[in-house]
Design a protein around this ligand. Structure first.
Ligand SMILES: NC(=O)c1ccc[n+]([C@@H]2O[C@H](COP(=O)([O-])OP(=O)(O)OC[C@H]3O[C@@H](n4cnc5c(N)ncnc54)[C@H](OP(=O)(O)O)[C@@H]3O)[C@@H](O)[C@H]2O)c1
Length: 278
């Protein structure tokens, strides 16, 4: 990260968690298992389950800390909705997120996507939150390169830590300009939907590469992202076997033959395309 911290190239997402109270205990158990396996970065948002996902994360983190995990070992990411992104709204949204998470501080707080709220106002709010100690770092999500240029030209905008966007084998548009730009600015890219919400887990082109590594297609999709410098993937998984497989994807070493085959099936972008969004 730009502030000198090393983060693992794999975290865990929480979209679709916290939506039904009947599933909450199983979701808390899944996140607890993730922490036991070794995941340390958890991505959530006030939007997910209308705050329900943050509550699930909070319960899992509280249990893990009670069992001996150090809070400092964790890196909790959450996001403010664009409609809350003015100064007062961001501060209120962060306070509510902290309450649901049961934490004193969010490690990385992102603007979920850009809206009509002036960037300067959201940056001012992030700076206030940093001074209060409620967040350590801030960043953005779903920003294309022009948005990033606007951000960096706004007062304080250069302090942005990351941009979280859809990046996967099927969505390589960011390689055209955004990812190289972020590398130049030493700003890591957080790849959401890294297995296309499960769709890549069944892709025939990935199955062939996976067989060579005695791996699964989802592991190949994640291993491929982890070969990209300055990229972190945050797959969501609630099933124990998925959690374990995804973690083990870090051990898959793709060869130049694998990478060429993946490029043939999922070609890199030849021209600029609008940023993919979910
Ligand atoms: N900033 C943004 O605008 C934005 C947008 C979208 C997502 N995100 C973040 O990024 C995270 C990841 O994206 P996502 O959840 O949309 O999609 P994803 O991580 O690409 O896919 C999640 C789906 O894949 C399944 N899965 C996970 N591991 C698997 C494996 N090894 N084999 C087969 N299936 C597997 C999961 O099933 P189970 O859950 O049943 O295990 C789940 O249905 C989100 O959870 C969220 O935190 C951010």
């Amino acid at each position: 990260m730009p502030h000198g911290e090393d983060l693992p190239a794999l975290g865990i997402g929480t979209w679709r968690m916290g939506e039904e109270s009947a599933r909450a205990a199983a979701e808390v158990a899944a996140l607890r298992m993730a922490l036991d396996i070794g995941y340390r970065v958890i991505d959530t948002a006030e939007m997910y389950g209308a705050g329900g996902a943050e509550s699930v994360v909070g319960d899992a983190v509280r249990e893990a800390i009670r069992a001996g995990l150090a809070r400092e070992a964790l890196y909790i990411v959450s996001k403010v909705l664009p409609e809350h992104a003015d100064i007062a709204g961001t501060i209120a949204a962060c306070e509510a997120s902290l309450r649901r998470l049961g934490l004193d501080q969010i490690d990385l707080y992102l603007l979920h996507w850009r809206s009509g709220v002036p960037l300067k106002d959201t940056i001012d709010a992030f700076e206030i939150l940093q001074r209060r100690g409620w967040i350590r770092h801030w960043g953005v999500s779903n920003f294309d390169i022009d948005d990033m240029r606007d951000l960096l030209s706004a007062p304080g905008g250069a302090a942005c830590s990351t941009n979280q966007v859809w990046y996967s084998l099927s969505q390589r548009g960011v390689e055209f300009d955004l990812l190289p730009w972020q590398r130049v600015h030493q700003m890591p890219l957080m790849a959401y939907c890294p297995i296309d919400q499960g769709a890549l887990a069944d892709h025939p082109a990935l199955r062939k590469v996976a067989e060579r590594h005695q791996a699964t297609p989802a592991q190949i999709a994640l291993a491929w992202l982890m070969t990209q410098p300055g990229v972190m993937a945050i797959p969501k998984a609630a099933h124990a076997v998925h959690l374990r497989h995804n973690w083990q994807a870090g051990h898959v070493r793709l060869t130049s033959v694998d990478l060429a085959e993946l490029d043939r099936h999922f070609p890199p972008p030849a021209r600029k395309a609008p940023l993919a969004m979910r």
